[in-house]
Write a protein that binds this ligand. Structure first.
Ligand code: DC
Length: 211
């Protein structure tokens, strides 16, 4: 069983995906980590994120251990991830890994949960259950602001909000695989909900669809 969870930054996709994977004993893939790992290498090697060819080489030569290095969750890596993810050849390079994970979840699990921007629309259009998790940009910026502060980053709210809007705009308007709900996705707005309430809604939908 494949479960696709898409939505903008800091809407609560990751928390929901991990909770669903744990509840049903499914494998979990944070597809953003592939774009973040590519971005981190682009930054470390001082490659221009607009250099499509050089960024594509990085994406094509990613190793599984690159997905777990420190420093993937910083704001700058998120911004550069959003930039490199506009490049069609970077997206194509990362597609195979995501599809293989969904088709054959590691550890012989009976299902896979993938979260990202285009899982329900492009990576796994055949997914049995699709969610689009969203929230107002103010609520998402507030959550990301708290996360960054707790991680020791010295950020200001107005800047986080501005960067969040910039990233939303880029992710939603790119030519290839833009952020948008699949036609058959269940949309959940998490602005006024806590993680448990979101999980409960989603859990009952997954349970009803389970073979
Ligand atoms: O979910 P995240 O913040 O870790 O994602 C970082 C960036 O990666 C996001 O701004 C756009 C890109 N991304 C994507 O284009 N497609 C995905 N399936 C996941 C992430």
């Amino acid at each position: 069983m494949i479960i696709a969870i898409d939505g903008p930054a800091a809407a609560g996709k990751g928390t929901l995906a991990r909770n669903i994977a744990a509840a049903f004993d499914f494998a979990y893939l944070d597809t953003g980590s592939l774009y973040r790992a590519t971005a981190k290498k682009v930054l470390d090697k001082a490659i221009d994120p607009d250099d499509a060819q050089a960024c594509t080489v990085v994406a094509l030569t990613l190793h599984p251990e690159d997905l777990t290095v420190e420093g993937l969750r910083t704001e700058i890596v998120g911004q550069v991830a959003s930039k490199v993810s506009v490049i069609p050849d970077v997206r194509a390079a990362l597609l195979r890994f995501q599809r293989d994970f969904a088709a054959e979840p590691p550890g012989g699990k009976a299902g896979a949960v993938l979260d990202g921007r285009d899982v329900g629309t492009v990576v796994c259009p055949e997914a049995e259950v699709k969610f689009f998790i969203t929230a107002s940009s103010e609520v998402r910026a507030e959550r990301r602001f708290k996360e960054l502060r707790e991680a020791g980053e010295n950020v200001i709210y107005a800047r986080v909000l501005a960067e969040m809007r910039e990233r939303d705009e880029r992710d939603s308007t790119r030519a290839v695989a833009p952020l948008k709900p699949a036609d058959d996705a269940t949309v959940i707005d998490t602005s006024g909900l806590d993680a448990d309430q979101v999980f409960e809604q989603a859990r009952s939908i997954v349970a009803a669809k389970r073979p």
